[in-house]
Write a protein that binds this ligand. Sequence first.
Ligand code: KG4
Ligand code: ZN
Length: 391
Amino acid sequence: MRKSASEGLILGIETSCDETAGAVIDAGFSQLSNIVASQIALHTNYGGVVPELASREHLRNIVAVVRAAIKVAGIAYSDLDAIAVTEGPGLAGALLVGITFAKALAFGLDIPLIGVNHLEGHIHALMLQTEEKRNNSESTMLALVVSGGHTHLYLASENQNAWHYRNVGRTVDDAAGEAYDKVAKLLGLGYPGGPWLDTLATYGDPKAVPFHFGQIKPREYRPGAAPVNKKAPAERTGPIFDFSFSGIKTAILRYVELQNMKPAIELRRTALATAPETSAVDAVPLCDQQTLDLIASFQYAVVGNLMRQTFAAAEVFGATRILVSGGVAANRELRRRFSAEADRRGLTIAFPSIALSTDNAAMIAAAAWPKFLAGDFADDGLVATPQLRLG
Ligand code: KG4
Ligand code: ZN
């Protein structure tokens, strides 16, 4: 395949957690390939990601994943214009595999290397959609990044290829996806918990167990002596819309104990352990109505809380466009209720496709495109930054 002078082929590499991913994106927008090797099967037995195992698996997968990304894109390595890699946040050992590989490849091909923040990647997953690119105008955008590791609200704006992010909310304890994963584990269900609870919730009554969410009130943040480095939380000024999800997890645990649900949970855990191929739909008969109602009520409360903070922030900051991305953005109830509320308020809202909601490398290459145009390249000193912040 030949490139024209106006095109730019970027290979994205993502290894921050439990997906080894490679993708080739043309001009920050056109997806030529998007390969994701999931490690879910490996970590399922532990009910969560085991960092040491994740690093080894990335090492095992990275060459094949990148080769597949190049092959599916129908290009040669020599056609690439730049390599983009996730530099953080994420697991140190996992990030190192992608960064080391990307550095070596960029050096070998003598092309620029671009370091990308994983959270910025989630936001830019939206830019891979034609409609979003067209809509990405001067309007004030509010981005909710809601995943297994993060629940962050950013005001996002772009000026001549320089993106600017201002954090106006984040979780003070567990991320929303983490709450899904922990509650699913507590109820003896599979990993990762989000897709399981998403499916099972449709069989339950969302009003059965009224969880009174420990809502954190929007507050005014007073500037202090904030440290200036890439890892430390940015100094936040103005109204803040933080989240908290550890309370609802504890409330579920208490409910399970009070309602004496543990014996049934252990039976379900054993049944699923002996039939690892069981899907969430197949697990419906393993759940009594009380369990299905509990799951529906949990999801109703979590989505409600995400909505409350997001729309309150949109109102205060005058955001007219809302972007929701990250693994939990794949949730069907979340999409439905966010879309209805946005409609009601006359706001526009966008979600990535389901495949681009969870971790992938296309979003990393997309986020690298404005940096490529601006000549914002990483030097030889690029390192893994597990606590890397955005904005
Ligand atoms: O963005 P992601 O792939 O990885 C991180 O950066 O964390 O998000 C993974 C998270 C997991 O916690 C998973 O349970 C959750 O996203 N998730 C979902 C759904 N699909 C994935 N949560 C709710 N509903 C879903 N359909
Ligand atoms: Zn992610």
